[in-house]
Design a protein. Sequence first.
Length: 294
Amino acid sequence: MPQPRPGHAATWPTRAPRLLATDLDGTLLDPAGAVSPRTAAALRAAEDAGIEVVFVTARPPRWLADLAPHVAGHGVAICANGAAVVEVATGRVLAEHGMPATLVASLAQSLRDALGEVHLAVESVHGFAAEHGYVDAHVLPERFPAAARIEDVLTPSTLKLLVRTRTDHGAGHASVVQRAVGSAALVADSGAVGLGEVSALGVTKAGALAAWAQQRGLTARDVWACGDAPNDLPMLAWAGQSFAVANAYDEVRAGARHTCPANAEDGVAAVLEHATALAQGGTRTTGGRVGELA
């Protein structure tokens, strides 16, 4: 009998999760950034089966509105790499772990001193603000506060400071930014090319997810997590069961307990379907079908 390939459902867990946490871009969402019909159906079925689904993402709060229909109108997202917990349907901020303006100003100066010409932007619960000349792969808001120096458009609390440099540091960009800020803050790599995402010390996807689970009386053993990028690694290490999509970074595939199909092939939908089948009576999905546990 042929052996199951890595990530095949036959090798997946046989105990249903109570909470499933998933990254969005590159993981749950397809390459166009959309929720596929299969994934939408899998999210609804998981909710009906009593499995809480939490989005855990580098996205800021302002990027979440379109996802509300897919978490039954009342789900939450841990966003900005763990700096905020947001009620997706309403945009209400349930928890925030931002950086004070004094710290962000100090970080900005450290970055200029260490890296020379940099272009900075910030995300907060109030929205986006940036320095003149900041560019992004994503479409920026039509109107946002802008100034020559980021210090002039800061709010009292910043979820994350975004850093782009004149020199392209490639895959090592986040490491270069981390050396520049030293031990004053934490830099995450979400897979965005040429972007360093700076958060307060201790703010990670894993920490925020663990706190959310604990509030519900859950432990790591009750949680499955899915991801694709280096900033997902602490979350995948913490969760009782972890899945890397096939398109994930090499180190993420190596660090996860299981693999699943790529985001272009509805990999997280397959994980959700497997979890739902287990929750509905001790069955598992195999090759797209539901079969009795061996």
